[in-house]
Structure formats: C-alpha cells, structure tokens
Design a protein around this ligand. Structure first.
Ligand code: GLY
Length: 443
C-alpha cells in the first residue's frame, strides 16, 4: 500500500487528493500545504509548495512512495530532478521539459521547430523594438511575459496603445519581475477555446476528455480574466474538430519533439487551444493539470489514477487502458468579493463543505480554518461540481448545490456549461497486442 504526497493547495490539488484516495493501492494521502477542505481525503502538511528542500525532507522521513505535483512553479524550479536525484518517485516533467510552460518563447520556438499548429508570434528582449513592432501591427494583440507569472502574465489588448502599455509594464516596470524581461507578442486568435490534457510517459500520450474553462469573471465572458470561474467536461467541440486528431497533431507531436531534443516529457501536458476556422491552434502549453479543468475531468476518470501514473513513470502507457465514465461533470467556482483584484478574506462559509456527497463534489481552494470555522482565504474559494448522466443535469445539479452554500460577498458565474455543439470524447486507445497481458501496476 502506497503513501502519496500531493503538492499544492488549490481546487486542482483537492481533486487530485480525492482521485488518488479512491485507489485501492493507496494507504495514505498527504497534501502540502492543502486547504481547509482537504482533510477528509488527505492529511494536510504545513509546508509550502515552493519549499523543495522541506518537501524532499518530508518525503524521505515519511517514506513517501509517490509524489504528485500540482502547480507549475515547483516543476519549473526543478522539483522533479531533485526528487529523482534522491531516488524518490515523483510524477511530473523535469525542469528541462517544464520549459514548455516555464518559457513562452521556448514553447513558441519549439512549436515552430516541430510544426505544431500555433499562431504567428514575435519575441522581444528590448522594449523599443517591441514598441516599433506593435506600432506596425494590425488587429488585436496578445502580450505575454516569457516566464511564469502566477497565471497573470498574458494580456489580451484591444488596441496598439494597450499593447504598448502591457509591454512597458512587463519590460520596463517589471510588474512580473524577471518573468517579463522577455515578452512574446501574438495576434489574438478567434474561435472556441478548449483545454486538452494528456498523460505522458516520455514517448506516448493518452488524452483525457477535453474540457472547457471560463476565464473572465462575469457571465458572457465579460470582465477581467481570472484563474478560471468554472469548467465542464466533456467539452462540446464544433463537429469539424476531432479530439484524437488534436491529440496527435499537438500533444503527441510535442512529446515526440521533446524526446527528440533529449528532454523526454513525463507527466501531464496541457494544451490550451483555440479552434479557429483554419484549424486548432495552441495558445499555451502547461506542464501540469489545469485548474479548474481537473475538477470537471477527474470525476469522469474510470481507471485507477495510480495505475495510469505508474504506467507513465514506467514508460508503459500503452499497457494501461484509460477509461472514461459515460457521464458529465460541471464545476462552478465560488469566488470572493473583490476577485480577481483584491479579494476579501476571512468570511465564514456556511453550508455543506465536505469533499463529496453522492454525485456532488466540493473542491476547496481559498479556504482556511479560523477558530474552528471554515473561512475564505483567497479569491477562488471552492469549486462546486456535479456529475450526472447528462450535461444539462450536471449543470443544473451544480447550481442547485450552490444554493446551499453562502459567504459574505460570494460571487459566481451563472452561465457555466451553457454551450452548444456535439460532445467530444477520445476514442479508446488500442493496446499493443503482444504486450496486452502485462498489466502495469504501480510498483
Ligand atoms: N485553466 C487554465 C490553467 O490551468 O492554466
């Protein structure tokens, strides 16, 4: 029986702890640092997700069998290399492979080298050159800080003045520190957005079901961008798009490209995609599970996640048939007043707060305990999710559950899951016939 450590404190990590705790192979799940809702599926550990030395020491002392990393920052900082050097098993890409998220310039040049469909772009280290380029450009631009900036480093600009200001803020005023001293400028793409994540073993990718997330704060995709106000899965894609084709041209091509460049990619690869009239285009790669996509996707996983992780780490994903339940899941984020600017904190939360009851899940993010009471401690407070036999009932049930939960200043979008189009699921991957009998288990 395994002891598993999950690193992180958000809704994504709460969902990962819940999914891992379902495994019959798991004895105990720890989460560092966790949140106020996680303790019915994991034991919180008071260590920051960025404190690699302390996490390594904990994993050694507690004889952790497997560590799963939620957020990008420790991956980009090299936590996987450190754990591997210490002969500890950890699921995620190496520091070199995590550059697909850690450097937007690296990712765009990598996509160009490997013919992965993405929008045209230009990279700048010099503000005056960026300014000249912006002045000569037409249409709406997107200005991106090269490095990671806690999800805030991408600015969609309405006009050249906005774009120049975004470039100035990043390069001259260093609002994102060193992450913005290099920038990528792209033309804004138009179409449907979808997130496609895959389990990767260094050679192969097994796609998850596609998900849709909602970044703007208000209904109708209005207002400033957030870390995500909700999600649903399977995403409804326009019928000309096929999730398996997108997996091949984007995720599989990326994994093969990383292997060819000597930096094999093991872990979760996330592609944020725009489905344009000219075909799918990669907006960004992330080197970890998406948040809040994970909250809608993992409740639909029909295979033990520990088996999939074990097969990924063993380089044997082709042996692990990954099944998805023929169900639907919707996640609505409850956010604090003031979010995404300066969220109010410390507001007592009333209503049901435990992780799951029946087909309803409450994956906490910005929650804390104060005098025995669960209170808000951040912008995104929790994801309320419902799983059902139809998309419409998953949406309706999530909103019904929300009526039972209140805190002062609570805000949420009322249009999560309101989309049209056919549902898109990956086809079952065929197993390699001569290896089919060797079922991969972790350890
Ligand atoms: N939902 C976007 C992300 O996880 O980066």
């Amino acid at each position: 029986m395994l002891k598993v450590l999950v690193i992180g404190n958000g809704g994504r990590e709460h969902t990962l702890c819940w999914a891992i705790a379902q495994s019959s192979q798991v004895e105990k799940v720890f989460c560092a640092p966790g949140n106020a809702g996680i303790d019915d599926v994991a034991t919180p550990v008071d260590l920051a997700a960025g404190d690699i030395d302390a996490l390594l020491g904990f994993a050694q002392r507690e004889k952790i069998d497997l560590t799963v990393v939620g957020p990008e920052a420790p991956l980009v900082a090299g936590i996987v290399d450190r754990f591997r050097d210490a002969k500890l098993r950890i699921y995620g890409p190496s520091q070199a492979a995590a550059r697909l998220e850690g450097s937007k310039a690296f990712a765009k040049e990598f996509m160009r080298r490997h013919h992965i469909p993405t929008g045209p772009f230009a990279i700048f280290d010099d503000f005056d050159e960026a300014r000249r380029f912006i002045a000569e450009s037409e249409g709406q631009l997107v200005v991106k800080a090269d490095g990671i900036a806690a999800g805030k480093g991408v600015i969609v600009c309405n006009d050249p003045a906005d774009a120049e200001e975004a470039a100035r803020q990043m390069m001259r005023e260093q609002v994102f520190g060193a992450a913005g001293s290099r920038i990528v400028i792209e033309r804004k793409l138009v179409g449907e957005e979808v997130s496609l994540m895959g389990f990767c073993d260094g050679e192969r990718v097994v796609p998850m079901i596609p998900a849709r997330d909602y970044k703007p704060i208000y209904d109708g995709d209005r207002g400033p961008n957030t870390g995500g106000m909700g999600s649903y899965a399977p995403a409804r894609l326009p019928e000309e798009f096929d999730v398996n084709d997108i997996c091949e041209s984007v995720l599989q091509t990326a994994v093969e490209g990383m292997a060819a460049e000597g930096t094999p990619y093991v872990g979760i690869l996330y592609a944020g995609l725009m489905l344009t009239d000219a075909g799918p285009r990669v907006l960004e790669f992330n080197c970890r599970f998406g948040d809040p996509e994970t909250q809608a996707v993992l409740p639909l996983l029909g295979t033990d996640i520990i088996d999939i992780i074990g097969a990924s780490l063993a380089g044997q994903l082709d042996l692990e048939p990954v099944k998805w339940r023929d169900l639907y899941c919707t996640c609505v984020i409850l956010a604090s007043s003031g979010y995404p600017g300066s969220p109010e904190k410390g507001k007592p939360i009333s209503g049901p707060l435990k992780t799951d009851s029946g087909e309803v899940f409450r994956f906490h993010a910005g929650t804390a305990k104060s005098n025995g009471q669960t209170v808000t401690s951040g912008g995104r407070v929790m994801g309320v999710c419902a799983r059902a036999t139809t998309h419409e009932s998953a949406v309706a049930n999530a909103y019904t559950e929300i009526e039972r939960i209140t805190f002062d200043g609570m805000q949420y979008r009322t249009d999560i899951g309101v989309r049209k189009g056919p549902v898109s699921r990956p086809r079952q991957r065929r197993q390699t016939p001569d290896r089919r009998s060797k079922k991969t288990r972790y350890r």
